[in-house]
Design a protein around this ligand. Structure first.
Ligand SMILES: [Zn+2]
Length: 140
């Protein structure tokens, strides 16, 4: 997923506000770190990350000038959509973004993580799929 956060940052970087009199480029580092965190969260926790682009934009918007806000949002939106699709495609094949098999999100009665494969586009396996409905009754 590294390439996604790098490409967001690469496109945003020229528009980041410079800190006055500060050569440490703290703003740049904050933007890069926010991109990395958002992409990582998208990859590992996509079911609970409802609006990745908007969340990331809110985190970094303070580091862009007024006239760069729209552009920053568009860059973030485009790249996060690509990253989402990438994660989603892998999930459909039962894989995480790095190619390892997906696992059901449930915990077994013995307290160990369930090792079964989740249903397509779900976070639980067939025996735990009731958890999906219990946890998200308002999803519709
Ligand atoms: Zn399970």
């Amino acid at each position: 997923m590294y390439q996604f956060s790098r490409s967001i940052y690469r496109e945003l970087s020229p528009h980041v506000l410079e800190d006055r009199g500060d050569r440490s480029q703290r703003n740049h580092q904050r933007v890069l770190r926010a991109c990395e965190a958002a992409v990582e969260r998208l990859a590992s926790d996509r079911h609970y990350f409802a609006r990745p682009a908007r969340t990331l934009f809110h985190e970094v918007r303070a580091y862009f000038p007024m006239q760069g806000q729209l552009l920053a949002y568009q860059v973030i939106n485009r790249h996060m959509a690509l990253a989402s699709r990438y994660v989603e495609l892998h999930a459909r094949e039962g894989l995480t973004f790095d190619g390892s098999p997906l696992c059901c999100n449930a915990t077994t009665r013995k307290g160990a993580p369930c090792q079964r494969l989740p249903l397509p586009a779900a976070k639980y396996c067939p025996s735990h799929k009731h958890l999906d409905e219990e946890l998200e009754p308002a999803a519709a």
